[in-house]
Write a protein that binds this ligand. Structure first.
Ligand SMILES: Cc1cc2nc3c(=O)[nH]c(=O)nc-3n(C[C@H](O)[C@H](O)[C@H](O)COP(=O)(O)OP(=O)(O)OC[C@H]3O[C@@H](n4cnc5c(N)ncnc54)[C@H](O)[C@@H]3O)c2cc1C
Length: 390
């Protein structure tokens, strides 16, 4: 028997990652090994996650809004951010969601579209994990088509008054601040809403079979009165929230592969130890065909992610390229997670192993930040010039 290689070792991807980015990745990997992994099965089973405590620890680790600059943000490369997402999601997609929503959605919205006062007020505290943010775009009747949203903001003197309901909002019930998108007389605009404002409620959504180690909530806004300064001045129309989604989708391109890698590592270890009919499961052709196919898909996804990372670091990543990455890597990750589950037999359905937990989580990842079909249509439009959305 020759010395086995790891799936990504086969692709020599380490050589493609700079020393600084690798060091950041390793720090996040160590953090998840010590602080997160021992608790995951329990958090998932009980559908609880100590979000406030973790946010502070993730803030100290420097991963909240890490690829943004100024206001207490670490200012790392986009590739380092992607690699951090990969390590976080190798632990659990819920943990990565907490970080993505904080950094790529809530903080990015304020960083990119906010006033100087809004940035000074929120970003340093959010980078430190002392304040948690959420991002309210989706509504009960409008997910893939946010342009139809009903939540609206009405001018009343200098104030804004918001009414409406948002649905499926990550971090909602634990957030200190919500970035809420609402229809106005002048297009869709974003609002920075402190969650202790009268009329704001965020009941948690229960009975989830996916992303159980993540807080998901409804946002209810009933005559929420905000000062005129609460509106994000630089975002006008749907391009505002869509730019934020693009940031979060980018993190998922890497993140989903983390979950897939964890499944594949688990399966390889398992088949080496499990004897079936007198020899290890690893020594059967049927097993090796599965492992080889999964490794090829994982490696291709990783090369794609690193390529997109490099494009983003050079400031020339286009949104349809992010769609290519999100579509491919989430689909591949989910297929890998399901295939790994088969290799673990009955143990595959147990929380003693991470595989079905990852597979279940990836069902959400497949849907949020644009479903697979939405990304197919974005790519289709880029290829043909025709929009197939309507
Ligand atoms: C765990 C979780 C966390 C989330 N967190 C957030 C959050 O923090 N903030 C937030 O704003 N949202 C969040 N979401 C919501 C998420 O972004 C939406 O669920 C997603 O955009 C899809 O919308 P929908 O669920 O309404 O599905 P729908 O839009 O109703 O789609 C249903 C099906 O129709 C397909 N479809 C849509 N349009 C077309 C078309 N033109 N042609 C053919 N088929 C089409 C879709 O691909 C899908 O298969 C979260 C969702 C989940 C599950």
């Amino acid at each position: 028997m020759v010395d086995p290689q790891t799936p990504l070792g086969l692709f020599d991807v380490e050589d493609l990652i700079g020393a600084e980015d690798r060091a950041i990745r390793d720090t996040v990997r160590d953090f998840t090994a010590e602080r997160i992994r021992p608790h995951l099965a329990e958090w998932f089973e009980n559908a609880t996650i100590p979000a406030r405590e973790l946010a502070r620890e993730l803030g100290k680790l420097g991963v909240l809004g890490m690829h943004l600059t100024g206001y207490g943000c670490a200012g790392t490369s986009a590739t380092a951010y992607g690699l951090a997402c990969m390590e976080l999601e190798a632990a659990d997609s819920g943990l990565r969601s907490l970080v993505s929503v904080q950094g790529s959605l809530a903080m990015f919205a304020i960083w990119r579209w906010g006033s100087e006062e809004q940035k000074q007020e929120w970003l340093p505290r959010m980078a430190a994990g002392e304040a948690i943010g959420c991002f309210g775009l989706t509504e009960p009747d409008f997910g893939s088509n946010p342009a139809g949203m009903r939540t609206h903001a009405r001018r009343d003197g200098d104030d804004w008054v918001l009414n409406g309901t948002k649905m499926w909002i990550t971090n909602g019930s634990v957030a200190d601040v919500a970035v809420v998108w609402a229809r106005t007389d002048d297009k869709i605009r974003g609002f920075v809403v402190p969650t202790d404002t009268p009329g704001f409620r965020a009941p948690e959504i229960g009975r989830k079979l996916s992303l159980r180690a993540s807080v998901t909530s409804e946002l209810v806004l009933e005559d929420v009165r905000l000062p005129g300064s609460a509106m994000l001045p630089e975002a006008r129309g749907l391009s505002g929230p869509l730019a934020c989604l693009n940031e979060a989708r980018y993190g998922i391109v890497f993140g989903a592969l983390g979950a897939a890698r964890d499944c594949l590592d688990t399966a390889i270890q398992y088949v080496g130890q499990r004897d079936i009919f007198d020899k290890p499961l690893a020594a059967y052709q049927a097993t090796q065909l599965k492992l080889a196919d999964m490794t090829v898909e994982l490696g291709k996804g990783m090369l794609l992610a690193l390529h997109l990372g490099r494009l983003k670091d050079e400031g020339r990543l286009r949104s349809e390229q992010v769609s290519v990455g999100k579509l491919n890597n989430v689909r591949a990750a989910l297929a890998i997670a399901r295939e790994c589950r088969t290799l673990l037999g009955a143990n595959g359905i147990s929380l003693e192993y991470p595989v079905l937990r990852h597979a279940n989580n990836l069902e959400s990842v497949l849907t949020y930040e644009g479903t697979s079909e939405v990304h197919q249509m974005i790519i289709g439009q880029a290829l043909t010039g025709h929009s197939a959305f309507r």
